[in-house]
Design a protein around this ligand. Sequence first.
Ligand code: NAI
Length: 768
Amino acid sequence: MSSVSKIMESMEYGPSVEDSGAVRDWLAGRGSFGHFIGGKFIKPGQTFVTSDPSTGEALAQVTQGTADDVAAAVRAARKAQTGWAKLSGGERARYLYAIARHVQKRERFLSVLETLDNGKPIRESRDIDIPLVARHFYHHAGWAELRDSEFPGHAPLGVCGQIIPWNFPLLMLAWKIAPALAAGNTVVLKPAEYTPLTALAFAGICQEVGLPAGVFNIVTGDGATGAALVGADVDKIAFTGSTEVGRAIAATLAGTGRRLTLELGGKSPFIVMADADLDAAVEGVVDSIWFNQGQVCCAGSRILVAEAVAERFEALLNARMARLRLGAPLDKSTDIGAIVDPVQKDRITAICRAATDAGAELIGGQPADGCFIAPGYLRNVTPANPGMEQEIFGPIATLSTFRTADEAVELANNTRYGLAGSVWSESAAVATDIAARVKAGVLWINCANLFDAAAPFGGYRESGFGREGGRAGMLDYLAEPAVKSVKEPKAQAPMAATGGEAGKAGGIDRTAKLYVGGAQKRPDGGASYAVPGGLAPLGNRKDIRNAVEAAAKAGAWAGMGGHARAQVLYYIAENLAARTGDFADLTGKAEAEAAVARAFHYAAWADKFDGRNLQARPGHLLNVIPEPWGVMGIACPNTQPLAGFMSLVMPAIAMGNRVVVIPAQDDPLAVADLYQVFDTSDLPGGVVNIVTGARDELAPVLAAHDEVAAMWYVGPSAGLERVERAAGGNLKPVWSPVNRDWTGGQAQGERFLRHATQWKTIWLPYGA
Ligand code: NAI
């Protein structure tokens, strides 16, 4: 009796280690792994070792993939793709369903293997990772079935190259391949070098369910193998990993026409308001930064707590932290397992050292023998402290305080990332207000780090672009219905005019101006160039910068609401309609009419392009909301100047974006006539800014600007390449719709709105 009460007091309990016999037998039987190509494991090549980070014990030899291996896998995937895409959705669904069933049947085996290879606690791999893997395949079996009815006219992209990290090895595999296969693509996957084993076990499942050979292929190896895949003949790259590698991949793919989605790093805020349930919030921190040893891209690594409750919160946090059990990952009572590799451990400790050298105080967070680091947090961190700036990717948060909600939002957004955030408050009004203002792709209210296959996941800003999960995720693996393209004639190099050749409009010399912040402005350089009908200002980089600045100031447009924006667009349509004759004289009747039609069409859409509510998990309601990017750059086609301009600008502003537009280089004067229309239609200054000049010189400047969040470019591939390169610096997405007949029906519609917005997923407590 007395011993029981002693145990209750100390809360010590003996080890309860999960049996790893079956996994070890399997590993011993295999010893060395080759790649999985064309439905078969090929002979191992030059190998490297993958080991258990908690003990250093070697688990298996894995092949280092060469460029030839990658090419062979891509060939196998290419060969299989036509047949796979030809299957009915229902047939593809049956394979995905069978995979989900087989994963479920092997949950224990896969959890143990994952824990051995990665070092994460078995409690997490067993209760979180592997069940979510099965859920992902079930969900996407559904999308395979529904693809044709839900995405009419869409087609698979072809062969997808997918590169995944080591923090959730099998879950990231599922996130990547389930939507790709559901959509009708085939895949070459490169797992992370630290954690290739569950992917290789998964290949066995694909064999068991009879997945057609070549539909799914694995090439193992390190970053060099990943780089070879990026350079291979694939139609899309999907990458999850570090921001630096994401940036390098974006640069490699610039101008290739290949699709790209990036899920990168984060430094996500965890905001505790004064009225939060502090005990619940402390549990939230455990799930947020101490889950998976903090090796989570969306970890709540910056704890921001209201000053009024900071002391109490910290006391609770310290008490909870002291009770977390660091230890053997296979022990079922372990909370904190091993860091994935000594390299990562060194990286974490180096950042912590730099943080403390810069004046921060580290509470807990001490490294232990082997690949272990105790949970901890940094306090007294200034905004410029390395611990505050860098993604630590370990079990170490920062803790700082704020006084007001505005200050909390400002601190939360003071980062180049924008992956996720968590908000804690008992007031729905306070929590939802903050969730709306934090610039991130996923927001959790009174919860943290929840995931579901139906819930779109992905970042804003330098956390990447594209979404994984749900309907939005499917769209990233599908090609939009094809459109007949129109070739652009070669643009004339704009030559600064000397003044003598000033154009005539209605008999009067006419020199147009730029349109910036709602006012007509002379170009910075004072130069103009000759165009049909007169002179157009020759804008330069300074003009682009001024235009972006004006657009940045016009943020109130997004807050006006869809109805109010619709009113402005209707007004534009009305004023344009009254002047159709004038515009028809400049551009022809078809373009003048299309211009009116576009304003009218997107006025209709302004209050109707909605998000969705998902009830993916009991006790939660998910709002998936399309948010405007903010400031967008638009480079217009050099054909159909008025219709092209209106077809691109109207959907962008209907969704609440402000735009900086480079109109048709060779014929921009019809657009100059729009200034008056905008002025008389109550369009607030700064919502539309127009800089005329040499498109392919100005567009990269616009694409490189940090304030510009997304870029649309219509033009030749050489120009696109420069734009994509420039945009890769701060990882903004570039959309390049094909040049088409901009007066036709295919120049408008919902697809333009999808590219004018990014999805924000907000998890709300509901009926819990
Ligand atoms: P990493 O970005 O180098 O590795 C992720 C994947 O990319 C691995 O499969 C790797 O082999 C591959 N890779 C590496 N270089 C490549 C290249 N040039 N081309 C194509 N593929 C390449 O990340 P690493 O070095 O493992 O971790 C470093 C830091 O990155 C972490 O401390 C963390 O801050 C961040 N990270 C973020 C992740 C996330 O989920 N957002 C996941 C992993 C790391």
